[in-house]
Design a protein around this ligand. Structure first.
Ligand SMILES: Nc1nc2c(ncn2[C@@H]2O[C@H](COP(=O)(O)OP(=O)(O)OP(=O)(O)O)[C@@H](O)[C@H]2O)c(=O)[nH]1
Ligand SMILES: [Mg+2]
Length: 460
């Protein structure tokens, strides 16, 4: 999502380092470039102004200009200011003293409220909570049914209501709260109706629900793809209703993303979660420092390690490692690795978290996507077991047969075999023979403690 911004900022730092000596003049021009990069990434102009002023004040100080490694200092300042803009610390959900804690999910139409409600329920239940669901979207036909389907798929109980309650949001939440209490659930997630624009009727209804429930959280769901509109409506919702936090959805898309990141600075309310896909587990707690590192091209290594640990089967990983070392890594293994990558949320999301350097950079530039994974799986599935174990068997006639069997072309089969060869090389490079199991460990050395150490920077 932040590829462009990330690239531009890295270029600024590289140029700065190339200057040799840091002066007030080249600092001024670097700040100008940072400003333009932020504006181009759609960061709100007021936030950009604030950010640049903050950076300037600190960067123009005597200590920086005369420091041993001034560029490092400047990068550290930019990072610190960016973390500040994003909210400094991870902001956890607040709960009420008395369970069930009501959490209202609000936002414009189509922003991802219902999807996020389901994701949040799953996240909470993974973290030891017992969420309960209710939808008060009584306007859009089948809207409540949509949440019921989501609830079933993730195995979280939902209050579906009586026919009499079907068009009464207040009656629905009242009954749902009673049910939640009676069945010992500790969090009540309320999915609400969206509107194309903020209107009085919607706001009054939300206000009534708020008065009735006294929610622990009112989370505004902002669609990152809608740019400055998301900022404007967050501001408006906050003014009218008072929000306590934000869920940023569709951060997996290719919008510039800067607008969404401005919401914290504009409303003063923290970003709490990010939606990174349509599936029910595509929700991540928002960590300001990690996101800043990602934007600055340092890679979100901590999130990557967590993800790998959550999703990789240790035994399988060790087996893979042994195969790599023994040069037994076959086409079938290649296919299985691709499937693993898909389980981790797709290559894009993984690569987005990696530092933009070395073999990672190569992989990123190769731009392998979901469709390609599907193609790889189809091609390898069309091979005979013998072919899968020994790619050298695959001659011209066999390539034609495999292409036909997988609905692809001979060129695509050739390309896959080439990729497989490359993958063997790249994987050895990444892992140093350590396999996926050690990927985290290997990567963690790219992370400089506390952002930046004295020497050996990420740039230049
Ligand atoms: N790629 C991606 N799609 C998302 C994400 N969150 C939601 N969506 C998609 O956005 C669309 C709208 O999501 P909903 O959850 O129905 O949105 P809503 O705010 O409840 O919509 P209304 O109830 O009509 O106001 C769906 O197609 C979702 O799959 C996300 O983080 N990433
Ligand atoms: Mg909905």
């Amino acid at each position: 999502m932040f590829d462009n911004l990330s690239e531009k900022l890295q270029r600024v730092f590289k140029n700065l380092r190339g200057e040799g000596k840091l002066t007030a003049e080249n600092m001024e021009s670097a700040l100008r470039e940072i400003r333009v990069a932020l504006l181009e990434a759609d960061v709100h102009f007021r936030v950009v102004k604030q950010l640049i002023e903050g950076i300037k004040e600190k960067a123009m100080g005597e200590e920086v200009l005369t420091a041993l490694s001034p560029t490092q200092q400047v990068i550290k300042i930019v990072r610190d200011e960016m973390v500040k803009m994003l909210g400094t610390h991870q902001s956890k959900l607040r709960l009420s003293n008395e369970p069930p804690s009501p959490i209202l999910i609000v936002g414009l139409q189509g922003s991802g409220k219902t999807t996020s409600t389901g994701k949040l329920a799953k996240f909470l239940s993974k973290n030891g909570h017992k969420p309960y669901l209710v939808s008060v979207d009584v306007y859009r036909p089948a809207a409540r049914q949509q949440l019921a389907v989501v609830a079933k798929s993730i195995g979280i109980p939902i209050y579906e209501g009586t026919p009499e309650e079907a068009n009464q949001p207040l009656a629905l939440v009242k009954a749902a709260r009673r049910e939640a209490t009676n069945s010992g659930r500790d969090i009540l997630l309320v999915d609400t109706a969206g509107r194309l624009h903020i209107d009085d009727e919607l706001m009054n209804e939300l206000q009534q629900i708020k008065d009735l429930l006294n929610p622990a959280e009112i989370l505004f769901v902002a669609d990152a793809m809608t740019g400055q509109d998301a900022v404007k409506s967050a501001e408006e919702f906050h003014k009218r209703l008072g929000i306590s936090g934000v869920i940023l959805t569709k951060m997996d898309g290719d919008a510039r993303g800067g607008a969404a990141l401005s919401i914290r600075a504009v409303t003063g309310q923290p970003l709490k979660f990010v939606g990174v896909g349509e599936k029910s587990d595509a929700l991540e707690p928002f960590h300001p420092d990690r996101v800043a590192d990602r934007i600055l091209g340092m890679g979100d290594v901590l999130s990557l390690i967590e993800k790998v640990q959550e999703n990789i089967d240790q035994k399988q990983a060790e087996e893979m490692q042994r195969k790599l070392l023994d040069n037994e890594f076959s086409l079938a293994d290649f296919r299985d690795q691709m499937k693993q990558l898909r389980k981790l949320g797709g290559l894009d999301s993984l690569l987005g978290m990696m530092p933009n350097m070395g073999p990672m950079k190569m992989l990123k530039e190769a731009k392998v996507d979901e469709k390609e994974i599907t193609r790889v799986v189809a091609i390898v599935d069309s091979m005979t077991p013998a072919e899968r174990n020994n790619h050298l068997l695959i001659n011209g006639a066999r390539r034609r047969r495999i292409a036909k069997g997988s609905g692809t072309s001979v060129q695509e089969v050739n390309q896959l075999l080439k990729q497989y060869g490359e993958a063997r090389k790249v994987m050895r490079m990444i892992t140093g023979g350590g396999g996926m199991a050690n990927l985290g460990k290997k990567l963690s050395k790219f992370k400089l403690p506390g952002g930046f150490g004295g020497s050996g920077g990420m740039f230049g």
